[in-house]
Ligand binder design. Structure first.
Ligand code: IMP
Length: 425
């Protein structure tokens, strides 16, 4: 039985939602292990668009079990809204969704603090999604966070919420000079959320153990990307969790052998949203062209994404850190019509050429890309779903990437719809 991880190999927005959806049809379980509603996984089926923020993309397949792991941070209000929207679109949500009782709750004060923290950072703003991710993970690390299981226990919730509000209101009111939160309002709101979500909250570690012992096929769905990882990304311009491979073990409570194939999702070029260094960024017409052709606007925030050429230095780093066995290349069709395609093969830092991804932020900021030019293709790849239909230059481009990374290609995506996919294995 297949156990496969789908991870972002760049700065998120690689098109993981589509890849997960495509593969989920054959899976018993799809499990998410990190992040929260900062993610925006877009899936288009027969022209109908679904954007998933918290719920694993497997939910669109009726017989797939979806797990939200302990490594996630869950905004109950956002989750209830997402469930409602999906149900109105005819998607079944019932016993096919299970949420870890150890996942942390994003409270309204986390979202407020996210925005206030950004405000005081001034020109060093991270450009977060403002979904409360950083403050919720900070509370988890400070051991004052409220977990989903605790949300369901009125007495524990009362005590923990009162304690948290003392701290949060002091910061919000006295440091930021803004209005704090009323305990009564927040408590009664939280009890309402608990009532709506209680049927879904359970011990997901036990569930995953049973699923693995029963030989179920499992897809581990990554959110964000390697370069946004709190440990391995371009800190401090990162998210607050581990989207990389280790996040699966800690974020779901499964042993290392529970993953067999590790697929890095690679957009055929690079994008980044929010602040932080981006060596291959194109800020002129080319960047605009990629943005318009690729529809590069955030699925969660609608913000325009920064665009540039593919960066093999970063991808080699992602291949190593995650132990990638395969890649899934997405949005190849966006490169249709380019005469030449550039790929960054090394960096120049302080006059030295290197193929090593710098883990030091200051060094990374100085990295200048060294490019290799590859020929573009005349026949569009858009909508193609057979390998032999791809023009030879397009095939050479994806093969060059795989060869440089020393991995196999699992699939290439040639359009937004489920059917616009070329399988390579
Ligand atoms: P946060 O996760 O909202 O704290 O945002 C931290 C950084 O990660 C910001 O640069 C965000 O734009 C970026 N980010 C967070 N989630 C995603 C995602 O799903 N796709 C792309 N970028 C993301």
């Amino acid at each position: 039985m297949e156990r496969i991880a789908i991870l972002g190999a760049q700065w998120g927005d690689e098109g993981k939602g589509k890849v997960v959806d495509f593969l989920a049809a054959d899976m018993d379980v799809v499990a998410r292990y990190s992040g929260g509603p900062n993610a925006g996984h877009t899936v288009i089926i027969n022209g109908k668009k679904y954007i998933l923020h918290l719920i694993p993309s497997g939910i669109l397949h009726r017989n797939t079990m979806c797990v939200m792991g302990n490594g996630m941070v869950v905004d109950p209000a956002a989750l209830i809204e997402e469930m409602k929207e999906l149900q109105e679109a005819g998607v079944y949500i019932g016993e096919n969704l299970i949420i870890s009782e150890s996942a942390h709750v994003i409270m309204p004060y986390h979202k407020k603090l996210d925005a206030l923290n950004e405000r005081i950072r001034g020109k060093r703003q991270i450009g977060t999604t403002l979904r409360g991710i950083g403050p919720a993970y900070a509370d988890k690390a400070s051991r004052i966070g409220i977990r989903m299981g605790e949300l369901l226990d009125p007495e524990i919730l009362k005590e923990k919420l009162a304690f948290n509000l003392k701290i949060k209101n002091a910061i919000i009111e006295h440091f930021f000079g803004e209005e704090g939160y009323s305990f009564d309002d927040l408590y009664s709101q939280a009890l309402e959320w608990a009532e709506k979500l209680k049927g879904f909250v359970d011990n997901t570690v036990s569930y995953m153990k049973r699923a693995l012992k029963d030989g179920k096929s499992i897809l581990y769905e990554g959110a964000q990307g390697t370069m946004l990882d709190i440990d391995h990304g371009t800190y401090p311009y990162v998210t607050s969790s581990n989207p990389t491979i280790g996040g699966i073990m800690t974020g779901l409570g499964v042993p290392k052998d529970s993953v067999e194939r590790i697929v890095g999702v690679v957009k055929a070029y690079t994008t980044r949203v929010g602040g932080g260094p981006f060596p291959t960024e194109e800020t002129g017409n080319l960047g605009d062209l990629l943005r318009e052709k690729g529809g590069e606007y955030g699925a969660t925030t609608g913000r325009p994404r920064r665009c540039g050429w593919l960066d093999l230095v970063g991808l080699k780093f992602a291949t190593w850190v995650n132990g990638l066995t395969h890649i899934a290349i997405t949005k190849l069709d966006v490169l249709d019509g380019f005469e030449k395609i550039k790929v960054c093969i090394a960096y120049e830092i302080d006059g030295e050429i290197t193929e090593e991804f710098p883990t030091d932020y200051v060094k990374f900021c100085k990295a200048r890309p060294i490019y290799k030019e590859l020929p573009g293709w005349k026949t569009p790849v858009k909508g193609k779903n057979k390998r032999e239909e791809l023009p030879k230059e397009a095939l050479s481009y994806v093969e060059f990437i795989a060869e440089q990374l020393g991995v196999d290609i699992m699939l290439v995506s040639t359009g937004a719809d489920r059917k616009d996919t070329v399988m390579f294995i």
